[in-house]
Design a protein around this ligand. Structure first.
Ligand code: NGO
Length: 529
């Protein structure tokens, strides 16, 4: 054989070899790094490849399902550069496509569960309810290469290991709070926050709308709240507030991501911004000065003036009317200057007003001192005994233990942002705990769910938000979603480590804790070569 012939034959053989290897490439779906870890994963050992002709097919023509298909396409289109049209269909599509349907098993999957099946030919997302499909989309994102999250076009291949995932949540309430009272964050930042929590299957966004340092939403019947109370923030910077139109936009954006917004108006304490806006809310009839420090527990509404309850009725009424979710958070924490004999009837009346406007109460654990309706929910942040008191009244709990879930707690003594009054909270200590075993006398049956709050006394912009939230939030999301039996720190930290490239591609400014064996895409190339 001549030399050139030999080279041609060798080239063809190499191509054939490469091609057939790709065909026979062995994958293992059970080895993929998913957060939260799914209930069950089985692998079938080969792979599906997305290509330029792939499309997303929706069974039927429901607007809602088309919305989920478009949400998925919006994530995949920029990085793959593929068109990925979203089409309706009455039957399973042909090879190379993604199929979304509501034929999942109702009993097995419940309201939020999903069944994700990947064969060499097809990716099928099934659920009984649309929320489940949305969570299947989040899992699918994590099964694709990390660069799928990039906003610019990337090189493929876009392969996914084959197999099946059955998954559903452990707790029904899985949330995060953003305090916009201490520092104000605009609608775009809030939307990004919502996107980030949605990616880890959280379903509640608790928006702390008022505090001593700021009142952050327009109330049409009490306009000075936003005008005066919204004018400043911690440190004295110029702040702002949301118009009710802004708020509706946030609520809608969250709803499209299967996230319920819980608005919080903290009362009777943490109300200096309101007390500065309207003198009549103070017992002495004198407006307070605006406050830009970070002390807590010095302010109170005047609990024995009737105008206070007219004020509550107006504020709660206006916001309840534009809040589709079932909850209204009345705060109730750290009312150190409200005597207990005034605090208790105040909370009872606030609860009554919330009910009048068709919502259920959530309040920080101190509200358990008052007589509560069993439908009210106490959010335990500081005192287990308050949680127990609420349970004894028949109430459910949301757990937000400050030394585990507070995202404003510093990681260690070198962290520049944040506070450390509850603890330094490294990634292991925020991950290693089981809600159902945290407090004596409080079991899983008493717990509605878990929430990770971000208080913003020291946080001024999105970059700082992300640094405190990541990477602790995915761990809290896993505690809320995954069964305790599947959670394990040693394997979790390896899974989290593999999110480095994903966080980079999502442009998340995360804290690169030394506890985590971070692996970027370029590291994995190095090890496989
Ligand atoms: C406490 C306090 C907040 C602070 C936060 C700081 C609760 C429920 N009330 O948590 O006002 O911002 O700590 O970590």
């Amino acid at each position: 054989m001549r030399n050139t012939d030999f080279r041609i034959v060798a080239f063809i053989a190499a191509l054939f070899f490469k091609f057939s290897c790709a065909e026979k490439e062995i994958t293992d779906l059970t080895k993929e790094s998913l957060i939260p870890i799914p209930v069950s994963v089985t692998a079938t050992g080969s792979s599906f490849e997305l290509n330029e002709n792939s499309a997303i097919y929706i069974s039927g023509d429901s607007e809602e399902l088309i919305g989920i298909g478009e949400y998925l396409a919006d994530i995949l289109r920029p990085s793959t550069g593929y068109n990925l049209p979203v089409n309706s269909t009455s039957q399973a599509p042909s090879s190379g496509n993604i199929y979304i349907n509501l034929e999942g098993d109702e009993v097995l999957l419940g309201n939020e569960g999903y069944d994700l099946t990947i064969t060499e030919d097809l990716i099928t997302l099934s659920a009984d309810q649309p929320a489940g499909l949305f969570y299947a989309v989040q899992t699918l994102r994590q099964l694709l290469p990390a660069k799928v999250e990039n906003n610019g076009k990337q090189e493929g291949p876009w392969k996914i290991s084959t197999g099946n995932i059955i998954d559903y949540p452990n707790y029904t309430y899985r949330g995060s709070m953003l305090d916009v009272g201490r520092h104000f964050f605009g609608v775009e930042d809030v939307k990004r926050y919502i996107d980030l929590i949605a990616a880890f299957k959280m379903n509640v966004f608790h928006l702390g709308l008022t505090n001593d340092q700021g009142w952050r939403i327009e109330i049409k019947s009490w306009p000075k709240l936003a005008e005066i109370g919204g004018s400043t923030e911690v440190g004295g910077g110029e702040a702002g507030f949301y118009t009710q139109e802004d708020y509706k936009e946030i609520v809608q954006y969250a709803a499209e991501r299967y996230i319920t917004v819980v608005p919080e108006f903290d009362m009777p304490g943490h109300t200096n911004a309101a007390l500065a806006s309207y003198p009549e809310l103070n017992c002495d009839g004198k407006a307070r000065d605006l406050y830009t420090g970070i002390e807590v527990g010095f302010s109170t509404l005047c609990t024995d003036k009737e105008i206070t309850y007219e004020f509550l009725d107006d504020v709660i009424g206006e916001i309840a009317a534009i809040t589709p979710g079932p909850y209204f958070h009345i705060g109730g924490d750290e009312s150190h200057v409200t005597p207990m004999e005034d605090y208790k009837p105040f909370i009872a009346r606030a609860e009554e007003i919330v009910h009048k406007h068709g919502k259920s109460v959530i309040g920080w654990d101190e509200i358990a001192h008052a007589e509560l309706d069993p439908g009210s929910i106490a959010q335990v942040w500081a005192r287990a005994e308050n949680g127990k008191m609420a349970v004894d009244q028949g109430c459910k709990l949301i757990l937000s233990p400050a030394n585990k879930t507070y995202l404003d707690m510093q990681y260690d003594s070198t962290t520049q942002l944040g506070l450390h009054w509850a603890a330094y909270v490294e990634i292991d200590s925020s991950y290693i705990w089981d809600p159902a075993k945290l407090y004596p006398g409080i079991g899983k049956e008493n717990i509605l769910g878990i929430e990770a709050p971000l208080w913003t006394e020291t946080i001024t912009n999105m970059e700082e938000i992300e640094y405190m939230v990541f990477p602790r939030l995915p761990g809290i999301a896993e505690i809320a979603w995954s069964p305790a039996s599947l959670r394990d720190w040693e394997t979790y930290k390896v899974r989290l480590g593999k999110f480095a490239s994903r966080f980079d591609n999502m442009d998340i400014n995360y804290y690169a804790s030394k506890q985590i064996p971070w692996v970027t895409d370029s590291d994995s190339l190095k090890t496989s070569n």
